[in-house]
Design a protein around this ligand. Structure first.
Ligand code: CO
Length: 213
């Protein structure tokens, strides 16, 4: 597809948005007031807004390979801080997906280049849960590692000073772990939901034993 097609698509999209709602861009220009922060994988098959049926202005988004949240990633932490402290989002969803190339590469021990350093964080998840993973077939184990990675990263979100401080201030921002199925287009909550420091351990334990597909 030539690049010009993308610009034509864009012009058509902008026109239809105005046809549906003449004030659409005027309103968005004033401010954004999203209630949700989506932390997901960069995978092109998991377009955040489209999957949850939200319009521009309704979903704040951070995506990286394998939806990883670590304390050393200034980019992700800045998104989290801005979303919670400035925009006042009510929910943070860490959303992984089955068939994640990053997770698969870790499972297979595949070397892909610089990205291997980033994926070390998934390696940590794999090592932590190796007893459970060893009992599964390869396909099941990769699916399970996709789920476990979401649960661990959701826990990391809760443990950041950003979320900890927000909760200390009395904010009710909630953190969730979801996974998306490329096979059927469906999102499934993984049983991890926390809105208070005291919720973290229970949310983590619940998620680890929650039945999945
Ligand atoms: Co992925």
């Amino acid at each position: 597809m030539p690049l010009s097609r993308l610009l034509e698509n864009n012009a058509a999209w902008a026109e239809s948005a105005v046809q549906r709602d003449p004030d659409f861009f005027t309103r968005l220009q004033q401010q954004q007031a999203p209630e949700y922060l989506w932390i997901g994988c960069s995978d092109s098959r998991v377009p955040a807004n489209e999957i949850v049926g939200l319009a521009p202005g309704e979903l704040f988004v951070h995506r990286n390979v394998a939806n990883i949240v670590v304390d050393t990633d200034l980019n992700c932490l800045s998104v989290l801080q801005y979303a919670i402290d400035v925009l006042g989002v009510k929910h943070v969803m860490v959303t992984g997906h089955y068939g994640c190339g990053g997770v698969r590469a870790v499972f297979d021990g595949e070397r892909l280049g610089l990205i291997d350093k980033w994926l070390r964080h998934v390696e940590d998840v794999k090592r932590r849960h190796q007893t459970e993973l060893a009992l599964l077939s390869t396909d099941q184990a990769i699916d399970r590692l996709c789920e476990l990675n979401v649960i661990e990263q959701a826990r990391h979100v809760c443990e950041t000073t950003i979320v900890q401080d927000a909760w200390r201030r009395g904010s009710r921002v909630a953190v969730h772990g979801w996974i998306y199925g490329l096979r059927d287009g469906l999102l499934r909550p993984l049983g991890f939901s926390a809105a208070h420091t005291d919720d973290i351990d229970a949310a983590y334990r619940t998620a680890l034993v929650s039945p999945t597909v």
